[in-house]
Design a protein around this ligand. Sequence first.
Ligand SMILES: C[S@@+](CC[C@H](N)C(=O)[O-])C[C@H]1O[C@@H](n2cnc3c(N)ncnc32)[C@H](O)[C@@H]1O
Length: 143
Amino acid sequence: MLGKNGKIIAMDSDVSKLDKLKQKAKENDLKKRIQIIQSNNELVIPLDDESIDITLLYNVACCIHGKDNQEDLIELIRDIQRITKESSRLIINVKGKHIEKRMDNAIPEIQTYFKLEKKEIKKYFLENERVRYRFFYYLVKKE
Ligand SMILES: C[S@@+](CC[C@H](N)C(=O)[O-])C[C@H]1O[C@@H](n2cnc3c(N)ncnc32)[C@H](O)[C@@H]1O
């Protein structure tokens, strides 16, 4: 995905998650291509307008979206739209059917900023062979 000159900017507020990422990046010889930002749980991303080709919100919407209302998630999506280049993509991945339901409820408002192109459901197995599902929402920036 990164091609020759691509770069990843990874953001989290949890230092232990970022340390794990640093270790994985080192093991895979990707250290120079990953810029790490430790945030303080704000919903404003410290990056320039229209500077990002693709945003992966993987397994994060559940935390942002853990409350009864979806205001925080929508605030974050609005800021992701600001940093995203024209016609570029946001991919949201969530785990579990209860989070899928919350995401589906939020999609009409998310579509103010990004148009939903496709939703994909992927099955995976836990070590005890129990089935779990991941849900992928592929969105493209609206002007
Ligand atoms: C379930 S974990 C997933 C971590 C990682 N994306 C993965 O898939 O392994 C959710 C992460 O979202 C981070 N997070 C939640 N709200 C955040 C915010 N407002 N700013 C930065 N990170 C946040 C948490 O610190 C946590 O590490």
